[in-house]
Design a protein around this ligand. Sequence first.
Ligand SMILES: *Cc1c(COP(=O)(O)O)cnc(C)c1O
Length: 370
Amino acid sequence: MNNYCELAVPGVQSLTPYQPGKPIDELKREYGLQKIIKLASNENPLGPSPMAIDAIKSQLNELARYPDGNGFELKKKLALIHNLQPSQITLGNGSNDILEFVARTFVSANDEVIFSQHAFAVYPLVTQAIGGTICEVPAKDWGHDLAAMLDRITDQTRLIFIANPNNPTGTWLTKDELTDFLRKIPKTIIVVLDEAYFEYAHSTEMGFSEYPNGMDLLADFENLVVTRTFSKAYGLAGLRVGYGVSNIGIADLLNRVRQPFNVNSLALAAATAALDDQDHISKSVLLNKQEMQALINAFSALNLSYIPSAGNFICFDLGYDAAPIYIELLKQGVIVRPVANYSMPNHLRVTVGTAAENKIFINALNQILK
Ligand SMILES: *Cc1c(COP(=O)(O)O)cnc(C)c1O
């Protein structure tokens, strides 16, 4: 037997693996570089709250024990913050876990799943793996074309993914646009509203006054699942913890497909503690606002167009194949993210770093393009 691909289920045969940002150590090995900055995976450059680190340390003596499979403390705190029942919450090993639970719970082979062109790569991944049919709707001005997505609905549609803001484009939907869309969706179709960058987009600091809070929409739309994560503004990407919020019935189903101990004990402790440090979130969001402006100024000075972003990352347009520029940046020790796999071959996505990191990136870019 030499071709196990033939034995794989059809959806897996045609899957292309998710392409993560290049790891720092890999670049060190390949180019013999010492100093490297990574602006490729939308991580918080300030890291997590010190309170989260302390909580992890205090858990270290308990590592022989299984974690609390129900995540009681974390759910209790989230329920309090969002004014929900703990039974509405599903905890995930990253919010990607939740995206997969929803697909596995509601989508059978050949059922249709709708999402936008240039939307987050995990949507096609979880759809295809279970044999679902991908319905990718062409984007409008790089963002979701909600009218076209509505038109795409058929009797086979089971699930719609909406990223607000979207990664990698950073585009966002206003509250009116989103609620108008949700009102027109049959209640038998599940809508996942992916709010991985909520903390950034929500902040009035960023100036997006019309940006909706998915938690406020749950009461009106029983088919809605809102996902959030501790990987981005909370700076805990390495621990893998996120959550979904929905009506109790849906949460019960999602919790049935969940592995019993999908969120580890350090992640539970850190996330619970991190919620208490909203100063750290404010600080992170303020830095993002200031440094996003610094990047925009640099792009303007270089005559590069960019896609305005509500997240902690931004795509800029070179106007030609961006792959060689990505490589030149790597050689200078700067890792950004190519987005050719999102059908954006002329763009690169850069995560907003610290002032020092962004300066290094801007200097490198200036040198390469001069
Ligand atoms: C980063 C990201 C996530 C979150 O991933 P985790 O599994 O929580 O680390 C979800 N959706 C989008 C659009 C993202 O960019």
